[in-house]
Design a protein around this ligand. Structure first.
Ligand SMILES: [Zn+2]
Ligand SMILES: [Zn+2]
Length: 240
């Protein structure tokens, strides 16, 4: 029985640590109990279209939020997120995005798999990660959305296409802006290579955080112009 022995040895040399706080774990879990309790998952009731949590004040039998009722059209079919973007989830996501904690992709994609059930049930053909401009990719060395999509592909069997949607314009980080400035910043920033490959497909856009949705909307509009059938968004966390 060499395998259990090796596993034991590995656990001593490389102990399993909580993905959020780094505490040594003695179980197969990915997070310690404290960190898991700090995460605020988005549970029903939420808007069945945009996934925004519905409070008792805006809960109605249609299960559609006020904003979706008002809007005439949105480029998304469905949007879902696993977590509230708050103090409980921030460092898990930021360390994954900026501090090379790429091993967190496995855990975060498992959350996407759960949060995306409505989308998978509605039917989807391909996962497309929100692209980075190549200069930012060279600097950061990896695109966190590509890693998420690849892990999610492993859970769902859906293929990943990380080459067809391109960010050809070098945009400023959205975090510098708010509201309309965010829309302007990403305007005409994306294009589709080989649109015939995506024509008629149902796309799930993958990203880490849904803040105002400006980047995801611009991606969706670009994809729709290129002939895709529908666009859903699936993100780890959402600013609510
Ligand atoms: Zn922890
Ligand atoms: Zn809504």
């Amino acid at each position: 029985m060499i395998k259990p022995f090796l596993q034991k040895l590995l656990n001593i040399i490389l102990p399993r640590r909580c993905r959020k706080c780094g505490k040594i774990l003695h179980t197969d879990e990915e997070l310690c109990e404290k960190c898991l309790n700090e995460l605020n998952f988005i549970y029903p009731p939420y808007c069945k279209k945009c996934g925004f949590p519905l409070s008792e004040d805006n809960y109605n039998h249609k299960m559609i939020c006020a904003s979706c009722l008002k809007k005439k059209s949105t480029p998304f079919r469905l949007s879902r997120s696993a977590l509230y973007y708050d103090e409980g989830s921030k460092n898990l996501i930021l360390s994954f995005k900026f501090m090379d904690k790429t091993e967190n992709a496995h855990l975060l994609a498992a959350m996407l798999k759960v949060a995306g059930q409505d989308i998978f049930n509605a039917g989807a053909d391909v996962l497309i990660p929100v692209p980075l401009h190549y200069t930012r990719l060279l600097k950061r060395k990896y695109n966190q959305s590509v890693l998420l999509a690849q892990e999610l592909s492993y859970y769902t069997g859906l293929p990943v296409d990380s080459f067809s949607l391109i960010r050809h314009k070098k945009t400023q980080p959205q975090v510098k802006f708010s509201g309309i400035q965010r829309v302007k910043n990403v305007k005409n920033a994306f294009s589709v290579k080989n649109p015939e490959k995506l024509a008629g497909k149902r796309v799930i856009l993958i990203d880490d955080v849904f803040t105002t949705g400006s980047t995801l909307k611009e991606c969706a509009l670009t994809l729709k112009k290129a002939g895709v059938r529908s666009v859903d968004t699936l993100t780890v966390a959402r600013v609510c």
